[in-house]
Design a protein around this ligand. Structure first.
Ligand code: SAM
Length: 273
């Protein structure tokens, strides 16, 4: 079940109704959920369920469910399980034959995506990138060819470094930094990745919560890069066996490309040796 991303008014009537009806609500931080309950006049019992006590609490919650109690799970913000606890609990319920249903509501990744102005037909949510530079760069390289928009969560402290690595790894793609969605100081900054990286390199560390959306790779550029890689592989093989002239003739015949282009590429590869 979802709780608001930032604004307590974002919760659905259906979710509020369920929170009143269940026998207990498992939540990350009881103080956060208590504020939501106070706003909506809900008095249901709260049970803390978070990263630090999940192993211990999960069997207890399952016992309650098996005895016929109905429970709800909420997170401090947005949808449980989305970069938040809950996956193992849902898995354990399903394995035990306990029915699970969702109460969809806000999730920052969806709000960021719809406000970013990037294609929404296909997207990949990559959660938080690794905090260390080498791991982050490797993760970004893995995502480079994903044929859709990319959505990330990031801490404001790491935003500038993360954008610098995204610009280095993904190049000139359009992107958006979505800050404090649904809250009073909601801000969307849209630009090409290198410009966003330059902006946040100079700006003060932003306040609040941040999500990043990056547009899909340029299909033409990706196709060209792939063709070049194929051509390089053919030429390298041919040049290892034949003279430059014969290698170019063979590859020109095999690919149907212009001889002049194949020759130029062969010279470039030859110079790289
Ligand atoms: N379960 C949440 C959801 O459904 O979006 C995400 C929880 S995750 C621990 C918290 C991260 O989500 C933040 O660090 C930020 O990257 C992103 N986030 C949460 N609320 C946000 C908001 N109002 N605006 C922008 N990003 C937000």
């Amino acid at each position: 079940m979802s709780t608001p991303i930032g604004n307590a008014g974002d919760i659905t009537l259906r979710a509020l109704d369920a929170l009143r009806r269940v026998s207990a609500v498992a939540c990350e931080d009881t103080r956060v959920t208590m504020k939501l309950f106070a706003l909506h006049g809900i008095a249901t019992k709260l049970i803390a369920y978070h990263d630090h006590n999940a192993e211990h609490m999960r069997p207890k919650l399952l016992e309650k469910l098996k005895s016929g109690e109905a429970l709800a799970l909420v997170s401090d913000a947005g949808t449980p399980l989305i970069s938040d606890p809950g996956y193992k609990l849902v898995r354990a319920c399903l394995d035990a034959g306990i029915a699970v249903t969702g109460m969809p509501g806000p999730a920052a990744l969806i709000d960021a995506l719809v406000l970013a102005g990037m294609p929404t037909d296909r997207f990949f949510f990559a959660g938080f990138l690794p905090a260390k530079k080498a791991g982050r760069r490797a993760a970004i390289a893995e995502l480079k060819a994903v044929p859709g928009s990319l959505v990330f969560y990031e801490s404001p402290r790491r935003l500038a470094d993360c954008l610098a690595d995204l610009a280095a790894g993904l190049g000139d793609r359009p992107a958006a930094v979505a800050r404090e969605l649904t809250k009073r100081f909601e801000e969307l900054r849209r630009d090409l990745l290198p410009a966003l990286a330059a902006h946040y390199a100079k700006a003060d560390t932003p306040k609040g919560e941040v999500a990043i959306v990056v547009g899909p790779p340029d299909k033409k550029a990706a196709a060209t890069a792939e063709e070049t890689a194929d051509l390089d592989a053919l030429l390298t093989g041919a040049m290892a066996r034949l003279s430059l002239r014969d290698a170019v003739a063979n590859v020109t015949a095999a690919t149907g490309l212009k001889r002049r282009d194949v020759y130029q590429r062969a010279l470039t590869l030859g110079r790289g040796k």
